[in-house]
Design a protein around this ligand. Structure first.
Ligand code: A2P
Length: 312
């Protein structure tokens, strides 16, 4: 499988390049190199603070004749400080300006968390807006407007649980088409995945390599013995085993790398297939473990807790 099909038959390459935590000075080279070696799907977000550099790299790739705009699938995300119907199009226009594009292939609500205008990362309760004041259904109307104006070809969400999806689905004119969530062999999200499949919502896995965010964590996905032994047996790297597992579950992956050898290695996952036996062994690794735990939305007396985001 090399792509995921949307309801209108548009196809998104199943493996894309993640750009979270790619520094502005590194991301230009990573994106240009990625496109050179065959990546056609780039995952961005206003919050990553590097869309201008990503845009420069895309423009350069087009200028060099490596690709046309239409060859690429570009996703971006609405930052939390722009929830509310009237804020969506202005936020998307800024992203389009930064990326030097006139449309996105996919636009997602980044989190079911609303912040006051001007807040990058919240520090105190008054930096937040509770969802009772700015309902997800209201922000979704703004997302639908981006389709009407031809600024986005598809719309969806990120970090939404089943209840939050149901809430917007109840009044949506255009149903959400994608949910981008953390997913890898240690966090397989079986129930959420089943709900999405049932409702024709595609999934993209972020942190598909178990994100190396926490240097001190003892739970290292790519150092797991079972993953390493399958990698040895199949002549793959542990990263390729992790990516192939998620891809073979029908979920898109967006591994981040700024390193040429690893960019190539990740893309070459598409040349490998795990056996049913490998898949069964990997299924057993699920620990419900989040590397991106959402605790950064918890402040004293604040309206959000990690538990309310993931489970309510
Ligand atoms: P680097 O950018 O130096 O390659 P995730 O996408 O799960 O958040 O993981 C990204 C992290 O994994 C980055 O630190 C990235 O580092 C590293 N990484 C990316 N590809 C590979 C790979 N094939 N093998 C090992 N580490 C990788």
């Amino acid at each position: 499988m090399t792509s995921l099909k949307f309801r209108n038959n548009d196809e998104m390459p199943i493996l894309g390049l993640g750009t979270f935590r790619s520094e502005p000075n590194e991301v230009y080279n990573a994106v240009l190199l990625a496109i050179k070696i065959g990546y056609r799907h780039i995952d961005c977000a206003a919050a990553y603070g590097n869309e201008k550099e990503v845009g420069k790299a895309i423009a350069e790739a087009v200028k060099q004749g490596l690709v046309t705009r239409e060859d690429l699938w570009v996703t971006s995300k609405l930052w939390n400080a722009f929830h509310g119907e009237e804020n969506v199009i202005p936020a998307l226009n800024q992203t389009l300006k930064d990326l030097q594009l006139n449309y996105l292939d996919l636009y997602l609500i980044h989190w079911p968390v609303a912040l006051k205008k001007g807040t990058e990362m919240p520090e105190k309760a008054s930096d937040f807006i509770p969802l009772s004041e700015v309902p997800l259904t209201n922000t979704w109307k703004g997302m639908e407007a981006t389709l009407k104006q031809g600024l986005a070809r598809h719309i969806g969400v990120s970090n939404f649980n089943e209840n939050q999806l149901k809430e917007i689905m109840a009044t949506a004119v255009h149903q959400p088409e994608m949910n981008q969530v953390e997913m890898h062999p240690f966090l397989q999200q079986e129930e959420l995945k089943a709900f999405c499949v049932q409702n024709d919502i595609l999934l993209t896995a972020y942190a598909p390599l178990g994100s190396l965010v926490d240097e001190n964590t003892t739970l290292r996905l790519l150092e797991n013995d079972r993953i390493k032994s399958i990698a040895n047996a199949r002549n793959m790297s542990p990263a390729q085993v992790a990516l192939a597992y998620t891809i073979q579950r029908g979920v898109a992956v967006i591994p981040k790398s700024i390193n040429e050898a690893r960019l190539l290695q990740n893309l070459e996952t598409l040349n490998h297939t795990l056996t049913e036996e490998d898949m069964a062994l990997l299924k057993d690794l699920d620990k419900g473990h989040r590397f991106i735990d959402g605790k950064f939305w918890e402040v004293e007396n604040g309206p959000y807790t990690a538990d309310s985001i993931w489970n309510n």
